[in-house]
Design a binder for this molecule. Structure first.
Ligand SMILES: Nc1nc2c(c(=O)[nH]1)N[C@H]1C(S)=C(S)[C@@H](COP(=O)(O)O)O[C@H]1N2
Ligand SMILES: [Mo]
Length: 166
C-alpha cells in the first residue's frame, strides 16, 4: 500500500459559498435548502482517520472538521417512515441506513487539516464517516434525500469501474 502525504487531486469542482445550497428532500418535516451559513452555525466536531482508497493508497491521520450530519437532520426534522438517506453531489451518490447517518462520527466535513475544503478536495462540503469505504466520502455534497426504502447509489459502481480500467 502506497502511503501518500495528502489526498491526491483528481478533479476540480468550482463553487461559490454565497450561492451554495444543500438541497434537502424526501422524508423530512421541513424540506428546504440549507445555506453554508446554516452549517457554520452548528457545533463543530472533528474526526481523525486514515483515508484508504481501494486503488491502493492511504493517507494517514487525516483530520476533518465539520458538523454532525445528525445535527443537520435535526434542522430538517425526520419523518418516522425514514429508514435510509441518499447523500449526493452532482454526479455521485451513496445511500446509507439512517442509523449510520446519525452516528456521532458521521460528519459533513468543511475543513481538512485545518484548511477549508477547496475545489480539489470536495469542497465546500464532503461526507466523512468512521471506517468508510473511500467512495463513501462524497465530495461536493449538495443534496440529501431521506428515503423509506434503500436504493443503489452510484458511488461504488463509479469507483470500482475506475479500478477495473487500470
Ligand atoms: N463526487 C465524488 N466524490 C468522490 C469520488 C468521486 O468520483 N466523485 N471518488 C471517491 C473516491 S473513490 C476517493 S478515493 C476519494 C478521493 O478523494 P480526493 O479527490 O480528495 O483525493 O473521493 C471519493 N469521493
Ligand atoms: Mo477510492
Amino acid at each position: 500500500m502506497e502511503i501518500k502525504q495528502d489526498l491526491p487531486k483528481f478533479s476540480k469542482r468550482d463553487f461559490d459559498l454565497k450561492t451554495w445550497r444543500l438541497q434537502a428532500s424526501g422524508l423530512v418535516k421541513e424540506p428546504r435548502s440549507l445555506r453554508y451559513d446554516d452549517l457554520l452555525a452548528l457545533p463543530k466536531v472533528s474526526l481523525a482517520d486514515d483515508f484508504t482508497c481501494l486503488e491502493g493508497w492511504v493517507v494517514k491521520d487525516v483530520v476533518w472538521e465539520g458538523v454532525k450530519l445528525s445535527d443537520v437532520l435535526g434542522l430538517l426534522g425526520l419523518k418516522p417512515e425514514g429508514r435510509f438517506i441518499r447523500l449526493a453531489g452532482d454526479d455521485f451518490s451513496v445511500v446509507l441506513p439512517l442509523e449510520r447517518a446519525l452516528e456521532e462520527t458521521t460528519i459533513l466535513a468543511l475543513r481538512k487539516g485545518g484548511v477549508l475544503l477547496d475545489e480539489y478536495h470536495g469542497g465546500p462540503v464532503r461526507l466523512v464517516l468512521r471506517g468508510h469505504e473511500c467512495y463513501e466520502s462524497v465530495k461536493g455534497l449538495n443534496k440529501l434525500r431521506v428515503l423509506e426504502a434503500s436504493e443503489e447509489g452510484t458511488a461504488a459502481r463509479i469507483a470500482l469501474s475506475r479500478i477495473a480500467k487500470r
